[in-house]
Each structure stands twice: as structure tokens, then as C-alpha cells.
Design a protein around this ligand. Structure first.
Ligand code: SF4
Ligand code: SF4
Length: 443
């Protein structure tokens, strides 16, 4: 376990942080799992009590503790609602680690391990999986349920839920782009999170296009995973190793000193901003992590709304708050300013925009029924305003909403906020965007 956390009220031991919970219950109605089940133990308050009992070594019912902690979405809505800013999601992760990893989905654990120990093997496996998917074999195997016979139900769910199967990985494309080579003039550095890197290259392409157009020269540096998956599945040393490697690469990159590291997955951006928490007992790395974290930007805050042209959106466009953007980074206004610039009065607020969509990484595989309930509630909100496009900013949300819309409201599509901005920039009616110095660069 980490033992100490960086909370909104300062550095605290786990015990002090969990003791800040006064059991007032303000977090209950904000908690999707409590609202969905009505179970006290499945609220922020209930989970904090379980963690406190674990620390006090008073909890004997390990199975209940595992269930209660594994069903937390780590969405952080409880902390946003909490007057004492109790860091429940971080405490839940500490509790899971106390239970030695808790109940992790094997697919997520395997992916976390491959990302940290053998990314080349992971890439090779993904290439084959995507080939099978493009040939229709993965879906056939899932439909015939043959994977279950071999105990691979997780793969079956993944094959049915995820439609994407890119022919090439984003990093191959970006490494070949001469405009993205490091240079002392680089005003931004692009961090390809695992989602855009391995599964949704279209998102990364759009982010690069928009950054080039609006923020001028930038670059891409080869890097590994941010470490979030390892962190979430109890592998703290692996998460630290990945954090150190990313910090070193960023420090060594050819760039302007003030160039931010822009990441287009809100979950990864939020995690990289929290790197200092990994090094609380290591002053040298803590200080490097603090400097690094101060330069990380979520793509939703990196888009200059005042330079964006209006897009060709004739029908209602809306925005879903990814939990790690809203609760993890408090980024609610910047993406809305972008939406207003792009869609004007066709932008409508999404009812329940602040509620988790149920994606939450491997949650969707671990707890499919609850995940589907949250997804349906989200799609209901989208349908209630008759939106035809919904924008989001985390890979989990993009995949979850794509699945939900396909099932329940196919009239609407989901895109990353950067994809929406890129559509506006290439629209034939769009005025040329203003670049970082007020000039009009090519898009
Ligand atoms: S976590 Fe915060 S809001 Fe929830 S019961 Fe404890 S103090 Fe109250
Ligand atoms: S992080 Fe989300 S799911 Fe977990 S207790 Fe808090 S509000 Fe509930």
C-alpha cells in the first residue's frame, strides 16, 4: 500500500484520510453504485468504513470487503460531493491492495502485467486479436460461446463489446511524421495514451491535427503506458517504474521549456497529474514528479476555445463528463467552452452528465449488469435531448457509450472532443483558425 495519500486537504496517512469521514452521508446520492442498489455498503460512506476497519484490523469478513471494494467505479463523485474531501477512490484502492489485489479481472491483470513487463508481446497479441476481429473470427467465437469452454469469458465479452480493430498502431504513424520530430520550438508534446495508441488511433490523429492548427509546432516522443492499469491492479512498483520512465523522457525531450504534455484520455491525464503521490517518501523523485505533473494537460483543457471555428453541426450536440476529467481534475468549464465554440446553440447540457457511464476500465467486465444499468441511464439522458452527437474524453467512456448507443439509441454517435474540434477545422464553411500567434496555419 502507499500508506500516505495526497488529499485535497494536504498529505495524510491512510488512517487520517479515512478518519476525515464524518459519516454525514452527503456522498450517498452522488454515488452511482449506491443509487443503483440502495446498499449502504456500496456508498462512499460504506466503503470508507470498510477501509477503516481493514486498517484497524477489525474486519473478518474478507469476502464482503472484496465485493464492496471491487464494485467501486473509482469515479470520485463522492469526493466532489464530500464537504471534507475524503479521497474515497484512493482509499478504496488502498483497501484493495490490503486485500492483496482483491478481485481483479484476469484480463485487466494480464494487460497490466504485459504493459509493464512486455509491451512488445502485448502489441503482438493485439495485432493478432485485431486481425481475427477484422476477419470476423473473434465475433464468431464469441457468438458460438466457444471461448467459455476454455474459461475465456472475459475475451468473449471484449470481442462482443469492442467494435474497433485498427490495422496499425498510432505510434507507427506518429513516429513517421517529420512535423512531429522533437525541436526546441515545440510548443506541446503529445502523449499517446494506451486507448488512442492501441485501439482508437482516430482520436490521436484528431488531437494532433487540432494541436498543430491551434497551438503550432509540437512533437511526439516514444513512451510507455502511464501506469494507471498497474496502479489500479495493485502493482505499485510497476506503476512507479512507468512513471519514472515517462518523467525522464519528458525531461529529455527537445521542446520549449513551457511546452505541456498533452494527453487525450482523461483517465491517464488525471493519473499522470497524481504521480507525486507515488513518490511521497522519495524527495528527489517527488520533486521531479511535481514538475512533470504541473506540465500535464488533459486535451480538454489544451484546446483554446477562443480560436476554434464553429463546426458544421446542424443537430443537437452534447457532452458527457468523464469522471476523471470532472472529479479527478475538476475540468468542467474548459470542455463546455469548447462545445459552445463548436456548436453554439446546438450544444445542450446532458441531463446527468456528471454521472458515471459505467465504463470505468474493467468494471464493465467485472460487473456487467450494474455497468449496463448505468449505461442505460446515460443513454436515456442522451436520448431525452435528442442528441445526435455526444462528446467525451476518456477511452473507457468512448467504448462504453459506443456500445450503449449501438444497443439503445443508434441515431446518435460518440466522438472524442478533439474529433469534434477536428471536424470543425476541416469543414469547408469554417473560417481559418487562428494559431498560437494569431496567424492562420494550415489544418
Ligand atoms: S465520505 Fe464525505 S460525504 Fe461521504 S459520509 Fe464521509 S464525510 Fe460525508
Ligand atoms: S468512487 Fe464512485 S462508485 Fe466509488 S464510492 Fe465514490 S461515488 Fe461511489
Amino acid at each position: 500500500v502507499l500508506e500516505r495519500l495526497l488529499t485535497e486537504l494536504g498529505e495524510r496517512s491512510d488512517y487520517d484520510a479515512v478518519s476525515q469521514c464524518t459519516r454525514c452521508g452527503y456522498c450517498a446520492q452522488a454515488c452511482p453504485t449506491y443509487r443503483g442498489t440502495g446498499r449502504e455498503a456500496w456508498s462512499g460512506r460504506g466503503r470508507n468504513l470498510i477501509v477503516r476497519m481493514l486498517i484497524e484490523n477489525k474486519l473478518k469478513d474478507r469476502e464482503t470487503a472484496e465485493e464492496v471494494l471491487s464494485t467501486c467505479l473509482l469515479c470520485g463523485a463522492c469526493t466532489t460531493a464530500c464537504p471534507g474531501k475524503v479521497p474515497t477512490a484512493d482509499l478504496v484502492l488502498e483497501g484493495r491492495r490490503m486485500l492483496r489485489g482483491g478481485k481483479a479481472h484476469w484480463l485487466a491483470s494480464a494487460a497490466a502485467r504485459l504493459l509493464s513487463e512486455n509491451p512488445a508481446l502485448l502489441e503482438s497479441l493485439l495485432r493478432w486479436a485485431y486481425r481475427f476481429k477484422r476477419w470476423g473470427l473473434a465475433r464468431l467465437a464469441a457468438r458460438t460461446r466457444v471461448l467459455r469452454v476454455f474459461g475465456l469469458r472475459g475475451l468473449e465479452e471484449a470481442a462482443l463489446r469492442v467494435d474497433e480493430a485498427p490495422a496499425a498502431f498510432l505510434k507507427e504513424e506518429l513516429s513517421r511524421d517529420p512535423e512531429l520530430r522533437g525541436s526546441a520550438q515545440a510548443r506541446w508534446i503529445y502523449f499517446a495514451a494506451c486507448g488512442p495508441r492501441y485501439l482508437l488511433p482516430r482520436v490521436g490523429r484528431a488531437t494532433i491535427r487540432v494541436l498543430k492548427a491551434l497551438r503550432g509546432k509540437g512533437s511526439f516522443i516514444e513512451h510507455g503506458c502511464c501506469g494507471l492499469l498497474a496502479y489500479n491492479y495493485g502493482k505499485l512498483d510497476a506503476a512507479r517504474a512507468m512513471a519514472r520512465a515517462n518523467i525522464e523522457r519528458f525531461e529529455a525531450a527537445d521542446r520549449r521549456e513551457d511546452a505541456p504534455l498533452v494527453c487525450d484520455c482523461s483517465s491517464c491525464a488525471a493519473f499522470m497529474k497524481s504521480y507525486p503521490q507515488l513518490f511521497l517518501d522519495d524527495p528527489k523523485w517527488r520533486s521531479r514528479a511535481e514538475s512533470f505533473a504541473a506540465q500535464v494537460q488533459d486535451a480538454v483543457e489544451a484546446l483554446p476555445a477562443d480560436k476554434l471555428p464553429a463546426g458544421p453541426f446542424a443537430e443537437t450536440v452534447t457532452y458527457h463528463d468523464s469522471c476523471r476529467a470532472r472529479n479527478g481534475q475538476h475540468l468542467t468549464e474548459p470542455p463546455r467552452a469548447v462545445m459552445r465554440a463548436l456548436a453554439g446553440d446546438r450544444f445542450r447540457e446532458l441531463p446527468g452528465s456528471d454521472q458515471c457511464c459505467g465504463g470505468a476500465g474493467a468494471f464493465t467486465f467485472l460487473h456487467p449488469a450494474l455497468s449496463d444499468e448505468l449505461m442505460r441511464s446515460k443513454i436515456n439522458g442522451i436520448a431525452s435531448i435528442q442528441a445526435r452527437t455526444v462528446a467525451a474524453s476518456s477511452t473507457s467512456c468512448l467504448l462504453q457509450l459506443a456500445e450503449g448507443l449501438k444497443k439503445y439509441y443508434p441515431e446518435c454517435r460518440v466522438v472524442h472532443l478533439c474529433e469534434l474540434a477536428a471536424e470543425a477545422l476541416v469543414s469547408p464553411d469554417a473560417p481559418a483558425p487562428k494559431g498560437p500567434d494569431g496567424e492562420h496555419p494550415k489544418t
